[in-house]
Design a protein around this ligand. Sequence first.
Ligand SMILES: [Zn+2]
Ligand SMILES: [Zn+2]
Ligand SMILES: [Zn+2]
Length: 242
Amino acid sequence: MGKLTEEQRQQRARAGARRKALQAEEDDRHQEEKREQWQREGMYLSREELIAGHPCRGCGEPILDGLGNRPPLLRMTSEERAEYDAEEARYKERHGECRAHRWTVSGSRTQHCGHCCPPPPMGEEQARAIAKILFNHKTDKRHLNDWDLTLTCDHTIRRTQHRDHQRYSTSVVQCPTCGERRGVIEAVLVGPTEDSDGKVQQERLATELRAAKAKLERQRKAAIKTEQRIADIAKELGGTQG
Ligand SMILES: [Zn+2]
Ligand SMILES: [Zn+2]
Ligand SMILES: [Zn+2]
């Protein structure tokens, strides 16, 4: 097969990005269906049930197993390592095809599957931490960037994200036009969300202007050099003929 043209390469990259976005969208839909099923079938454990030692309603394994946190891999004794390897193999056998994250509860070792096992009830501390993150992100607009997202439905929407992130970090978002959750094919950084007096915009334009002027200057110098060279050649030519 011959070399790809630039256009063909871009086309392939676009098709790849779309495939990935559609996959993320499908995984998200499965997860949402699971959540609805868990809710419907009363699969979630209450805090009381969890503390009383009820096993996971997804996989039947204990959640609070009383084994304590697992030591780091490098500090395991050979016995601990063998036990760990056996557990890994057993987990892969049960959830190898699930393509989901794993979760454990602090102080326990038994691993549960993000696809099969309804998550445990949230501790109060955890709930507070999450509320704090959400609250901060909503209020402090000065730390936000605007992003334009192209979705699998080909709609483009604008979203904000904390400017610490170099890339847009969410792979599936709600499309207000379709009313569906859609995979993100492409995310383009627009700039700071809050720029009411246009200061950031102005600075950006000033930088662009400086860059354009510098380029023009370089081109002028190159043109002068070329003119000089043409004049030199013409002179030389005239000299040999005369
Ligand atoms: Zn489980
Ligand atoms: Zn699973
Ligand atoms: Zn849409």
